[in-house]
Ligand binder design. Structure first.
Ligand code: PRP
Length: 213
């Protein structure tokens, strides 16, 4: 029997996903060792393989079938735009994709001015401003600590994830517009969904059971 491979976005999401699977008996002993630098873990009994990847790479592994399943944030799914099936909302890692900035930028947004938007998520920002708001903006791609951009004058606003709102607050910024809610999702390769329907259903059942629903 071939292995079913599951790609997990490394970090908090992977830990939570493993906790959920653990509760339904689908686990991987080896993965508990947090100090390990090992990237791939095998459950021989269930013929499952788990690997940890950078979040933005999870949809890539799943689209190409290197992983049959993946656990990754909706933000990454939207940004990467890969061909895959999004089959379950795990309801963990809940947060929001927002346009944020200083209060003074609100009027510029409302007036549809040509503003600069700094973000780690250019595809999401482009889709939102072009197709939803019909507002022409200049997108500036950053790789982290996006909140800095309006503070140092790189951009008027940012498009970023807001969870508790602490980062914005502590930097004198606020949510100006909400783009969409986010949470962790289970994604499945389109071919695997057909070829391994039964085993994948069982894993999804495991997620459901582990979530207590
Ligand atoms: C994310 C996001 C915000 C912050 C939001 O950053 O980009 O900066 O968390 O959380 P809060 O609303 O609870 O303050 P992350 O920690 O992933 O780091 P990064 O900014 O370097 O990407």
């Amino acid at each position: 029997m071939r292995y079913i491979t599951i790609a997990l976005a490394k970090g908090r999401l992977a830990r939570k996903a493993m906790e959920i699977l653990d509760r339904s008996g689908i686990s991987c002993e080896e993965m508990r060792d947090e100090s390990s630098r090992k990237l791939i873990f095998v459950n021989e009994d269930l013929k499952l393989k788990f690997f940890l990847a950078k979040a933005s790479d999870v949809p890539t592994y799943v689209e190409y079938g290197a992983a049959d399943l993946g656990v990754v944030g909706k933000d990454t799914i939207l940004e990467e735009g890969r061909r895959l099936y999004e089959v379950m909302d795990l309801g963990i890692g809940k947060c929001r994709m927002c346009v944020a900035g200083p209060a003074s930028a609100k009027i510029r947004l409302q007036n549809h001015e040509l503003i600069r938007v700094a973000t780690k998520y250019p595809a999401i920002a482009k889709e939102y401003f072009n197709n939803k708001k019909h507002q022409t903006v200049e997108l500036i791609k950053l790789n982290g600590s996006v909140e800095l951009a309006p503070i140092v004058g790189l951009s008027e606003v940012i498009v970023d994830i807001v969870e508790t709102g602490t980062t914005l607050r502590e930097n004198g910024l606020e949510v100006l517009e909400e783009i969409c809610p986010l949470s962790a999702r289970v994604v499945v390769n389109q071919v695997s969904m057909k070829m391994e329907q039964e085993r994948i259903s069982r894993i999804l059942e495991g997620f459901r059971k582990g979530l207590g629903s």
